[in-house]
Design a protein around this ligand. Sequence first.
Ligand SMILES: [Zn+2]
Length: 478
Amino acid sequence: MRLEQELKKRFGFDSFRPGQEDVVRSVLDGKDTLAILPTGMGKSLCYQLPGDLMDGLVIIVSPLVSLMEDQAASIRRRGEKRVAAVNAFMPSDERRQLFAEIGTVKFLFISPEMMTRPDMTRFLSSQHVALLVVDEAHCISQWGFDFRPDYLRLGDFIRKAGNPVILALTATADGRVEKDILGYLEMSDANVFRQSLNRPNLYYAVQRAAGEQEKNRWITERLTTTSGPGILYVSSRKRVEELTALLQGHGIRIASYHAGKEAGDRQMIQQQFLSGELAWICATNAFGMGIHKDDIRQVIHDQMPASAAAYVQEAGRAGRDGKQSSAVLLYVPDDEQKVRFIVQHDLPDEAQTAHYLAMKKNGEAAASAAEFAGISETGARLIDYYGEHGGGTAVTEIFTGLRFDKEEKLRQMIGYAAGQTCLRSKLLHYFGEEPAREQIPCCSVCGDMAETWLESALPAPGERAFLPYEERIRLLLC
Ligand SMILES: [Zn+2]
């Protein structure tokens, strides 16, 4: 088949981006496929094109409602109207309507939580499913950084649906996550395609500070003198609000974003950032997945994330347009203690696990048993899942292993922040890639650069400085 012709006809592109063609051909050959492609490499084309050419329904499991809507909209934009998205917020009458008309749907987006509900599994597995796409497939792995327990149950669906072709997509997966994806999705004979994670146009830097005060000073200086668009990643909601207030006080067009904000507010802030009305977003890691903004010049981390995979993913949101951009990690020795606490807190300890199981045995519902035992919803789902699928190994023993692994992951991140060798090579090494060839600019270890590619945020001589909103109103009223 002349794939280029189909690509031109359906998408208007003359050629594939690196990695895409192999993936498309593999899927069309009927092979289960795992594609590890860095963000911005056009993952969705990898299922849209084969989906168009295959006979039957294409189901795309996607972890976020905003991501689903975004991708569904992009399919509609190219003229394919047979698209639907179903998530937990959908009213039940709309859902029934959708089921009645499933024959007219070609691309169906669904959340893992919906997908694994018994009635949904029954219904969808009775359809002719040509292709099952698992987007953000690293969410299936507890070793990954965005673990979603419901992804683990997709294997049940795959068996019931008569083993459709599976395409698992992710931007980052080390060897262990790769193994998990292949294992849990039962892709025993899959083609695996991996594109290098190296992003030549990113300059990596670690900025040391003595404490929080110094971090605040550095961030303020940086954001008042260099321009965005940029993301400032922060580890807690409280710190997000504090830093946002501090920076707004300096006249910076920045807004806060975290999971505790109203959905409407989050959407508005996201829009303002996309349109350029806001230059900066100060956010927890809840921000970013599914955000398509190519011209982000800086990603700054106020504190290290829990793993190199998370760092690569978040920092990788800078410079998707290929232009020179910066990824800076601020580091105070001791930061790791805080990160360690957050990371380990997710996993129930032995007493909590026992408490939870005893309550459930007494007929208590999962949600209230979790509350009584003082564990998170994710923690409860993990106990349930490993209780059923642990193969006889005690849940607490599995958790001990997981804790150990999380610690290893964190150690990599500490190695990055505190180490004395090339930052780029270190990140590549964590994902089994060869060290980077000499590149300028590379990183703050290879040679500290004046980041001349960042535009100045200072007003040109004679130009009026940007005034905070309240100040502008005051001047108007005078
Ligand atoms: Zn370097």
